[in-house]
Design a binder for this molecule. Structure first.
Ligand SMILES: Nc1ncnc2c1ncn2[C@@H]1O[C@H](COP(=O)(O)OP(=O)(O)OP(=O)(O)O)[C@@H](O)[C@H]1O
Ligand SMILES: [Mg+2]
Length: 508
């Protein structure tokens, strides 16, 4: 692998400090033309920081970067683009009030003399989206898109520049198996065109599948660089965490027979069609389905965040009136949205303010009790192993996974009685995932009832005692106990049985 004639990008003794705190330490790697290079590490290990240095978002405190044999100084993303480096960022950078094609060409508009050539930009966008096999319209407004669709737009936006180096910071966290497969096919095609890809993911099976080599970072240190053939998922996890990882999934706890939530014939104007189900005390009920199946819409309808056309909701046997999130809170219902940044967190405030935002009553009589706020932040940061320079720092400065942990803590703090978790472990590292699984399990053991919406089949199968599957706004399958398995879930979700080969392709 180490053939120096092939070296495209060489990182020598790179380190990075933020306000004197070192977050990246002495990184030395050589990356070859056309390889897919994976970067692994726990939340806050320094992965995004390293890639942001390569694409000009951050300037390194020290060290050199050599591209095609020449030392380069990549001080802005514009310079990176000119050098042939583009990035799909971890956090979306799209402008909600503009359309898909306007976002894709933002800053590199095609012009006809003085005028924008909208026709060509639209057409190019359509071709890119075709390549990504999505049915998104170039004219769609970003604010109307789901997180998965936004992710597809970010990918298209990076592809438009036809770069030599394409940086992907967790591109798959919000995608389901089908879209991941599309993305991976695309990566294979790019590789054939000699495009080099730097790829961050917490999904170790994906890393194993798509990468040629991996770098493991721990607390900003370079732990190792390996050919992917030489390591399995277990080894990767061990190198990331620095020790053996014990049982990831807790022993399942079975619910009581008392019904706490019932949804009867729920429909909305667009997608949801006659959804009925019930949830028992201490139950962990999974919801599976492909993107667009309507799981998030269903949760939003139950929580009063989206208009219902028909349907009744019963909490503890009594008909509930839930037309807003404050109504939901009165019934002790909590909903952790899949869109933490768009619908959840205040990015320019610290952790204490974010935690107390919803459960404000708990922290104030006349004034907000800052000491209590701080205390609970510290407790949660211990519980979920939240890592940041300071808990009071703006959330913008937290790593992606650590932001997600703050978001989880914020909802836990409302002491919910019924909790809907929509993709709760998005961007969370293997070790922290385990902590969160055990935490959710301890909640249900204490009698809290949970609905888990997740695109990670492993998570649904490993945690839930019952699973409902949705397709096109309807419930199409139900499984319980030993009958919960991948094949049946995929069948109900997609409506067709995968042939053995397709099945293998999809999950290999
Ligand atoms: N702009 C910044 N100012 C101050 N500290 C920062 C800034 N950006 C990142 N950090 C800190 O640097 C460390 C590494 O963060 P980074 O985002 O690189 O982690 P990561 O490995 O990508 O984690 P994740 O898996 O959660 O995305 C973290 O402790 C983070 O708080
Ligand atoms: Mg990151």
């Amino acid at each position: 692998m180490e053939n120096h004639a092939d070296v495209l990008l060489s990182i020598q003794q790179i380190y990075k400090e933020f306000s004197g705190v070192r977050v990246l330490n002495d990184i030395n790697i050589d990356i070859s033309t056309g390889e897919v290079f994976g970067i692994l590490g726990e939340n806050g290990a320094g992965k995004s920081t390293l890639l942001k240095i390569i694409c000009g978002v951050y300037t390194p405190t020290g060290g050199t970067i050599t591209l095609k044999g020449k030392v380069v100084s990549i001080t802005t993303p514009m310079i990176a683009k000119r050098l042939g480096i583009s990035m799909i960022p971890q956090e979306f950078n799209l402008i909600p009030t503009l359309t898909v094609f306007e976002n894709i060409f933002l800053g590199s508009e095609i012009r006809n003399g003085l005028f924008l050539n909208k026709r060509e930009m639209r057409e190019k966008t359509r071709l890119l989206l075709n390549d990504l096999k999505t049915e998104l319209s170039p004219e769609a407004l970003i604010s109307n898109l789901s997180v998965a669709e936004k992710q597809m737009v970010e990918i298209a936006k990076a592809l438009v520049h036809e770069s030599d180096i394409l940086i992907m910071d967790e591109p798959t966290t919000v995608l389901t198996t089908v879209e991941v497969k599309i993305l991976f096919d695309l990566i294979e095609r790019l590789k054939e065109k000699n495009v080099t890809i730097l790829f961050i993911s917490h999904k170790l099976n994906e890393v194993k599948k798509i990468c040629d080599r991996i770098l493991v970072l721990r607390d900003g240190d370079q732990i190792c660089v390996n050919d992917v053939e030489d390591v399995d998922e277990q080894d990767m996890a061990k190198k990331m965490v620095g020790r053996e990882l014990s049982q990831v999934f807790p022993i399942k706890s079975y619910p009581e027979s008392q019904e706490v939530l019932r949804v009867d014939n729920l429909s909305d104007a667009k997608l949801l069609d006659d959804i009925s189900f019930s949830l028992n005390k201490g139950e962990l009920l999974g919801f599976s389905g492909l993107i667009g199946a309507g799981r998030t819409e269903m949760a939003e309808c139950i929580m009063g965040l989206r208009q219902r056309n028909s349907g009744d909701i019963y909490v503890n046997g009594e008909k509930a009136r839930i037309d807003s999130s404050s109504d939901a809170l009165k019934y002790k219902l909590a909903y952790l949205s899949e869109d933490r940044k768009g619908k959840g967190l205040l990015m320019n405030f610290g952790m204490p303010e974010n935690i107390s935002l919803i459960s404000l009553a708990k922290y104030s009589n006349l004034f907000i009790n800052k000491k209590r706020e701080k205390q609970s932040s510290e407790n949660y940061s211990k519980q979920f192993n939240i890592k940041a320079a300071s808990l009071k720092a703006e959330l913008d400065y937290f790593s992606g996974g650590n932001q997600q942990k703050v978001y989880l803590a914020k909802w836990m703090d409302t002491d919910p009685f019924i909790l809907i978790l929509d993709e709760p472990t998005r961007g969370i590292d293997v070790n922290a995932k385990k902590e969160i699984y055990h935490f959710i399990n301890s909640l249900v053991t204490q009698g809290v009832s949970c609905i888990l919406i997740s695109s990670e089949l492993e998570e649904i199968i490993g945690l839930c005692t019952r699973v409902l599957v949705m397709r096109d706004g309807k419930i199409t399958g139900e499984m319980e106990g030993d009958r919960i398995n991948e094949e049946e879930i995929m069948f109900s979700a997609a409506g067709v049985r995968q042939t053995n080969q397709q099945e293998k392709d999809l999950h290999a």
